[in-house]
Design a protein around this ligand. Structure first.
Ligand SMILES: [Mg+2]
Length: 272
């Protein structure tokens, strides 16, 4: 069954639209075609180190004109989540990079960089932090022991960088989890469906009208399945055709495509 009723196409970024700073062949033209065909195109990434503004500028610079409202990151989604359920103003100890601090501040949080043994904060939010130290681990430990809620942007064990993988946010979350003896109360990023639910609500579409395109089975496809969207796995990133064959039923996509150009055919339209 094709996808002729799809109105919203959500694309993961790394491994789908680009690899590092290089657009993947076919991505620019396919996204242009999707928009010309009247569909909404949005972008979704677990990466919390950069702001939505950063991604919009990066995409625009590749020939994919975008605004921050076209992009959801796990940092942005955490900010919205906390704003919706907190008394104003609320305080956050952020273990993460600039993008996390920007999005939490934009959501109304008072973002603290350091706390002492007795400081009370509402939340400890953890993302990938390439300047993570024992001191930061200790601050998170005391804040959570003093009653802060432990929130993870995502639990990705590894994160793709330009030329190599590096340890991801999940490794830092695990260090804090081990210290405090409890897992995060909430994990926002994929494979949780939160970011996709946010995009569908903003776009006023149902899961049946939504296609999520990703390159990882255990995060992207699983998130799409949990959100109830249609799912496509594109073989330009992490997952191989062999990985798809071996994946359990809950990680099976509706369609496997070699590259984004093949979306045209699946969406049931003549090439245009
Ligand atoms: Mg990816």
């Amino acid at each position: 069954m094709g996808g002729s009723n799809i109105r919203l196409v959500v694309l993961d970024l790394d491994g789908v639209v680009y690899l590092g700073s290089t657009p993947i062949a076919g991505a620019v033209e396919t996204i242009r075609w999707l928009r010309q065909s009247g569909r909404l195109v949005k972008f979704c990434t677990n990466n919390a180190t950069r702001s939505r503004q950063h991604y919009a500028e990066k995409l625009s610079g590749m020939g994919i004109p975008s605004t921050p409202s076209d992009v959801v990151t796990s940092a942005y989604a955490v900010g919205l989540y906390l704003r919706q359920r907190s008394q104003q103003p609320f305080t956050v100890l952020a273990v993460g990079e600039e993008g996390l601090r920007i999005e939490l501040s934009a959501a109304g949080a008072t973002v603290l960089e350091r706390v002492d043994v007795t400081t009370r904060v509402d939340y400890v939010v953890v993302g990938l932090d390439r300047a993570f130290t024992y001191q930061k681990l200790e601050m998170a430990f005391h804040a959570i022991r003093n009653g802060a809620e432990f929130i993870a942007t995502n639990r990705d064990a590894a994160a793709p960088m330009e030329k190599k993988d590096i340890p991801g946010a999940g490794a830092i979350v695990a260090a804090i989890e081990a210290a405090v003896g409890q897992p995060p109360a909430v994990v926002i990023g994929k494979p949780q469906p939160t970011m996709l639910e946010l995009l569908m609500a903003e776009s006023d579409v149902t899961p049946a009208m939504t296609l999520f395109v990703g390159d990882r089975l255990e995060t992207d496809v699983l998130a799409g399945r949990r959100a109830g969207t249609r799912t496509a796995c594109v073989l330009t990133g992490i997952a191989s055709a062999e990985d798809v064959r071996r994946a359990p039923p809950e990680m099976q996509p509706d369609v496997v495509i070699a590259n984004l150009r093949e979306l045209k055919e699946w969406l049931g339209e003549a090439a245009g």
